[in-house]
Design a protein. Sequence first.
Length: 148
Amino acid sequence: MELWQNIPVALIVLPLVFAPLCSVSKPKIARFLALFASVFSVLLSVMLICKVGNGNASFVYKMGEYGAPFGNELFISGSEAAISLLFSSVMMLSLFAGLRRIGQEIDENRKSLFYTVCVLLLTAIQALTFTNDIFTGFVFLEITTIAA
């Protein structure tokens, strides 16, 4: 497996690591982490599109030893890469465009939690985009529902 084939896992794991960091950080640091996660997700999605965007390239990433019916599996093709870029871009643009509004409307004590939920939502949507098994899809559908 080539190194670029780990990009879908990085698109899921990177925001998942940043979410707890956002929750325990001060609001300015949490904002930076959320913006960094969204920008990095956009860059990784662009890299993924460059690799599988020609329409014929696709691959399956097995998370562990077992495949789809019993284990976790990610399926990546051009359409999944495009959807990943779409979701990452929307989250990034929403966070950048809402910086002033978030500062006005959300209490200072709750801003870190707001950014935590945004990063969790990005994680869950990315995982839903790439999942190839029903269990992982169900788990991240619940996380998406709670975060949204």
